[in-house]
Design a binder for this molecule. Structure first.
Ligand SMILES: [Zn+2]
Ligand SMILES: [Zn+2]
Length: 448
């Protein structure tokens, strides 16, 4: 055999292998919609993204391309109170006003003059924003990249923001309002669940950035039982991830809410997502992309496949750390985390939880400079969200003793994120609480 022939055979074999591997990653759509069968793989996605359709500063096609190029498999476009559909014209000067230097030129250069529609209105130049259904075929590929129509339902009670992302919507949901923060949360989450039932497909509601303008307390998160998902990490620099002297960090809100849920309400805990909440796509200033994402273990890259896997809690949140595996063996009561090793990097896994018979005492959050009580999460004992074990290395195991109301793992790298939000930030991954089923009343969380 001549060397060229050998070479050709190797190439053919390689292409067969590649096709076979690609097929493994794209199992056929399951007829019975029970996608817990079949091989699974991890899909990386961002569920919270803004574009020029609301207050972002780039065109949606440019944003989709950014995520696809940066190794994501799915992206939810979630503008404020709008779906990317229908006809929408913007002033050609708007991107520049929002800090997108040469944004229109960059867009034209990438997609060509033929793709861009412009018009003059009152001597002002306008550009039409393309709708998701016009551009999704440019990016979507089976098993490789998926776009999910979403909305950030942007509501409030008085001055307190209540923002809830609704994924895989068919119809726009207008903010429902309500008589207090909890009612606003519940009304909007109910509207998502209702549409999901009406349309007959899964939709995902998740509560955004609870510490943004201190809108949502841990008690609110616990009380609104419709809430199953919230953002434990949001890459927007304005969301007060770490809290302040009167307000717990977002991660502590999670532990407080989950302890109230399980111990007092006999209800399942909340699960935590990480998202970008990206608005700014020109350099690293502002709320730029690539800071927070979810890794979802699913059999198929479809809205149904991704959302059902999230609803099964088969996902984790990340700001940089990648896990090879996270697994809870309910019979042995063992939580195991396998981390993707990185050259020159050390990982610390903390297993965090609350034990039964914890100190239940609480105190008010405190008073402001004028002596008025601050509206904030109460102060809880350090028994809540305790570090139960710390493990160094690329894998970590925690064996539950039976006293834990729940346990979750948070993995912290020695490496800072490429585009950090706050001083001394390190890359992290957050897994979902486990071991709580025995404390809660049946039936467990229903899927919408
Ligand atoms: Zn928001
Ligand atoms: Zn947002």
């Amino acid at each position: 055999m001549r060397p060229q022939e050998q070479c050709r055979i190797v190439l053919v074999l390689l292409s067969v292998l590649t096709t076979a591997l690609a097929a493994l990653g794209q199992s056929p759509p399951s007829a019975n919609r029970d996608d817990s069968n079949g091989p699974t793989r991890w899909f990386k996605g961002n569920l919270h993204t803004h574009s020029l359709w609301s207050d972002g500063n780039d065109f949606p096609e440019m944003i989709c391309e950014w995520y696809k190029k940066h190794g994501y498999q799915f992206l939810a476009l979630s503008d404020h109170n709008i779906l990317s559909r229908g006809t929408m014209w913007i002033d050609a000067g708007l991107p520049a006003k929002r800090g997108a230097k040469d944004g229109v030129e960059r867009y034209k250069k990438r997609f060509g003059e033929d793709w861009i529609q412009t018009r003059q209105v009152d001597e002002k130049s306008q550009i039409r924003l393309r709708a998701l259904d016009e551009f999704r075929s440019l990016f979507e590929q089976p098993g490789r990249f998926l776009l999910i129509q979403s909305e950030e339902i942007t509501d409030r009670f008085q001055k307190l923001p209540v923002h809830i992302n609704a994924g895989n919507l068919r119809d726009l949901i207008k903010p429902r309002g309500g008589a207090n923060v909890r009612a606003v949360m519940a009304n909007n989450l109910d509207a998502i669940a209702q549409q999901s039932r009406d349309v007959g497909r899964p939709m995902l509601g998740h509560v955004n950035h609870p510490n943004f303008k201190w809108g949502i307390t841990a008690e609110d998160m616990a009380a609104v039982v419709q809430e199953q998902f919230f953002e434990v990490y949001n890459g927007h620099p304005g969301v007060r991830h770490r809290g302040d002297e009167h307000h717990p960090s977002v991660e502590r809100l999670w532990d407080i809410a989950n302890t109230i849920r399980i111990a007092e309400m006999k209800r399942p805990p909340l699960s935590g997502l990480a998202t970008d909440d990206a608005h700014n796509y020109f350099g690293q200033r502002g709320s730029s992309p690539g800071r927070g994402w979810v890794m979802v273990r699913a059999t198929e890259l479809t809205p149904d496949g991704i959302i059902r896997a999230i609803q099964r809690n088969d996902f984790y949140a990340s700001s940089g750390v990648t896990l090879r595996d996270v697994r809870y063996d309910a019979d042995l009561r063992v939580l195991r985390v396998e981390i993707e090793p990185e050259e020159g990097v050390e990982f610390t896994t903390e297993f965090v939880g609350t034990l039964e018979n914890y100190d239940t005492s609480t105190e008010p959050a405190g008073t402001d400079a004028e002596g008025k009580p601050i509206r904030a999460t109460r102060r809880y004992s350090n028994d809540i969200g305790k570090v139960l074990a710390t493990v160094k290395g690329n894998s970590a195991v925690y064996r539950l003793t039976g006293r834990e109301l729940y346990v979750r793992a948070v993995v912290t790298s020695t490496r800072p994120p490429e585009n950090p939000v706050f001083d001394d930030q390190k890359q992290q991954a957050w897994t979902q609480p486990v071991g709580w089923e025995r404390w809660v009343a049946a039936p467990q969380r229903d899927e919408n």
